[in-house]
Design a protein around this ligand. Structure first.
Ligand SMILES: NC(=O)c1ccc[n+]([C@@H]2O[C@H](COP(=O)([O-])OP(=O)(O)OC[C@H]3O[C@@H](n4cnc5c(N)ncnc54)[C@H](OP(=O)(O)O)[C@@H]3O)[C@@H](O)[C@H]2O)c1
Length: 386
């Protein structure tokens, strides 16, 4: 009898976060096919230690060195390699023998680990969209040169990849990204001015980390996804459209040249796109969620209101200008959202701050990675100093 194939070895960057925990659920559901080979977090030593004891990875990484004593004290039963400090997640992605590295950490922190994984010849399952927003050209070129895949984890991009199985990318007329519209879909401009962090963090359909939840409320998240789609599928932004779909059942659609539109529908549950990224050639059951089509339901679609949600238009502007401008967009947004969550910036000032950074910036047309990071840093600091 032939031996069972060995499990695909998975490194999870951001193991303690929303995407990380969903990834570990997928690994639980596919024992024998998937194994957690490396886990990285920033400072949640307590949870990372519990995960190390439970999943017995070969190595872990903590990027905040101050948390390592708590980790060691709690993970006594686990023996494996430990990487600590700013470059720990990158070292882990490079060192641990794995087929795929999940980038599920917040903001741009997945960039260096992602590049390290690609350089080591590992596929990347990408949730951290900021990585492509800031450095899409660099990352995709590096992946092509190394012959590895950048697999979508975002539900919208996973949906598009699934729809593209029904036609050729050369025949695509439009990619249609759906957006729930967030908690303020029907709020007036006046009401938006007084929105609190607590209100912005109450997303109607998805449970996610704070940064992406606020980005969903401003629609910047959808703007980032337009840029992400541009790089993942090599499609001009003019062919990428956003439609508000509050039910979050249709995760995105592809319209082909012949007028046929294919859509992917499922309950809002990140385990499906994560599983498809980790086991790309199979369709295993994802417990326990399925659509119940016996329940009458209405699915609605409407164009976004760019007057109340200007962040989406800013993302289109940034990718049209190109070069360092998307890095400025992302850096300014990260800074403005952090200030909003801290109670220091009103919700409606987020797009104004981003616009200021974009207006001040003189873009570099074909930037190096260092120039992209410098532009992002400049925008981040500019917003804090204003
Ligand atoms: N959540 C979703 O459903 C969802 C869906 C699609 C895409 N995404 C994208 O996935 C990414 C993560 O989102 P999330 O909702 O999972 O965020 P989250 O719940 O806030 O989790 C963030 C994770 O990143 C880790 N982290 C923070 N700083 C880090 C650093 N410098 N180096 C390495 N790890 C670091 C955190 O570790 P500690 O816990 O130790 O601080 C935590 O594990 C975002 O880019 C988001 O846009 C999320």
């Amino acid at each position: 009898m032939a031996d069972a194939p060995s499990p695909r070895r998975v490194v999870v960057i951001g193991a303690t976060g929303s995407i990380g925990r969903s990834t570990l659920c997928v690994i639980d559901d596919n024992r024998g096919a998937l194994r957690a080979a490396g886990l990285a977090a920033h400072r949640n030593a307590r949870l990372l230690a519990d995960l190390a004891v439970r999943y017995r990875p070969d190595a872990i990484a903590l990027t905040d060195a101050a948390a390592i004593d708590e980790f060691r004290a709690r993970a006594g039963a686990w023996q494996g390699e430990i990487f600590v400090g700013e470059a720990a997640a990158e070292d882990l992605a490079r060192a641990v023998d794995a087929e795929v590295v999940v980038l599920g950490s917040v903001g741009l922190s997945g960039l260096r680990p992602g590049l390290a994984a690609i350089d080591a010849g590992r596929d990347v399952a990408l949730a951290s969209k900021e990585v492509l927003v800031v450095a899409g050209a660099v990352v995709m070129a590096r992946a092509r040169a190394r012959g590895v895949r950048v697999l979508p984890v975002d539900s919208e991009h996973s949906a598009i990849a699934q729809c593209l199985a029904g036609g050729s990318i050369a025949d695509v007329a439009r990619l249609i990204l759906t957006a729930s519209g967030g908690p303020f879909l029907r709020s007036s401009l006046d009401a938006l001015a007084t929105v609190t962090a607590e209100q912005a963090l109450a997303h109607p359909t998805w449970r996610m980390g704070p940064k992406v939840t606020v980005d969903s409320a401003t629609l910047m998240n959808k703007g980032f996804e337009v840029i992400e789609a541009r790089w993942l599928f090599d499609v001009s932004p003019s062919k990428i459209q956003v439609m508000i779909h509050p039910q979050s059942v249709v995760h995105s659609m592809v319209e082909f040249a012949d007028g046929a539109t294919l859509a992917q529908l499922s309950p809002p549950d990140m385990r499906l796109p994560i599983q498809l990224a980790l086991l790309p050639d199979t369709r295993q059951p994802v417990a326990p969620t399925r659509m119940d089509w016996t329940v009458p339901r209405t699915l609605t679609f409407e164009p976004p209101d760019l007057r109340r949600f200007p962040c989406l238009a800013q993302a289109y502007d940034a990718i049209a200008i190109g070069g360092t401008m998307p890095a400025v967009l992302e850096g300014a947004d990260a800074s403005a959202v952090a200030l909003f969550l801290d109670g220091q910036l009103p919700f409606t000032e987020i797009p104004k701050a981003i616009r200021t950074a974009m207006d001040f910036h003189r873009p570099i047309a074909e930037p190096s990675l260092e120039e992209l990071l410098a532009a992002r840093r400049w925008a981040y600091q500019l917003i804090r100093s204003l």
